[in-house]
Unconditional design. Sequence first.
Length: 94
Amino acid sequence: MRFFKIIYFSFCSLDACAVKFEKIGCFSDNHQQPRPLPQLLLTDRDQTSNKFSGHLIDWKKWDEYIRDIACRCAKKADEKRFPVFGLQFYGIVD
């Protein structure tokens, strides 16, 4: 198991997640090249994207949702062997 440092995420990590991670800060992304994290890993916002996760943002169960997406982000980054990942705009993972 690898340990990740998360750079955009501003909420607590999920203890039950199989991949351990911690917040290292909030950083700016002006969406111009070169981007800090240029590869889209998954999205819960755009159902037309080939990176759509199959999950939609659950605004009514936000506390559960944010922990779930953080864990899914960590798992996806681990699969790609990325040392960091970022969560932006509530449901986009780079």
